[in-house]
Each structure stands twice: as C-alpha cells, then as structure tokens.
Design a protein around this ligand. Structure first.
Ligand code: NI
Length: 143
C-alpha cells in the first residue's frame, strides 16, 4: 500500500449532497473511504476488461435440479475448465432448486468464457459472474 496523499476535488454541491446521502445509506461514516472504494471499484472494472488480466471471482448459479441432464452438464463444463476453478459449493435450496457458487481464478477471458458456458446452459434460471483483480487491491497481494 502506498503512502496516503491528500487531494482536493471540486464537486457541485447538489452532487455532493446526493453522494453523502448515498454513502450514509450504504453505511459509510467516512467520505474518504467511500471515495477510495468507488475509485477501486472503477479501476477493478477497467482491469478485468483486459482479456489477459488475472482475475479472481465467483460464478453464482440458480438452477432447476430436475432439468434433464443439467447437473451432469454443469459438472462436465467444470471438469473441462478445472484449471480456472478453485472450489465449488452446492446448496440444495429446496426440493427442486439448486444454488451453486464456483470460485474462479485465471485470465479474464478464460473466466468469462467459463461463466458464459455455465450461465448459458439450458435450465439455469439465473447466473452472475463477479470478477475482481488482486492487482488493484494491494491488501489482497497474497492472492
Ligand atoms: Ni442441489
């Protein structure tokens, strides 16, 4: 982590009022921390766009347990992309609904491709890929 540097930013007062209201709702007690988080979030979003950037993340899937051959298909896709997968957690939400969270790591383009295959599989009702970049987050340098 670098040294802390103070900087001043000119902001329209109406925009700042709205921002303060927003961050209070989010639970921030400190405007600086909210600014830092927003900046990191934007930098991470930019970094993960680079197809070669090494990312970490999760693919969350909700799917119908009774959808024909879907559980096998999702397992097959994961075996084919095992080098991008750190772990998988499966939760049986109810009699017919499954939740799966797949922790992924690797080049952005490979992680994105894997997520597309999983989320696009017939019978997956909802899916979301969340990617982060350890490079942008010095506190997570051990990853
Ligand atoms: Ni299940």
């Amino acid at each position: 982590m670098g040294e802390l540097t103070r900087t001043g930013v000119a902001i329209d007062s109406n925009l700042l009022t709205r921002f303060d209201r927003f961050i209070r709702k989010q639970g921030y007690t400190n405007r600086s921390e909210a600014f830092r988080d927003l900046i990191r979030d934007r930098l991470v979003a930019d970094e993960v766009q680079d197809p070669e950037a090494v990312v970490v993340g999760t693919v969350t899937l909700i799917y119908d347990h009774h959808s024909r051959l879907l559980p096998e298909k999702l397992t097959d896709i994961q075996h084919l992309h095992h080098e991008s997968i750190i772990s998988t957690t499966h939760v049986h939400l109810d009699h017919g609904t499954c939740l799966e969270v797949i922790v992924v790591k690797g080049p952005s383009k490979k992680v994105q491709r894997l997520a597309d295959l999983l989320i696009g599989a017939k019978g997956v009702q909802h899916g979301r890929l969340v990617m982060s970049s350890p490079k942008i987050l010095p506190k997570a340098a051990g990853l």
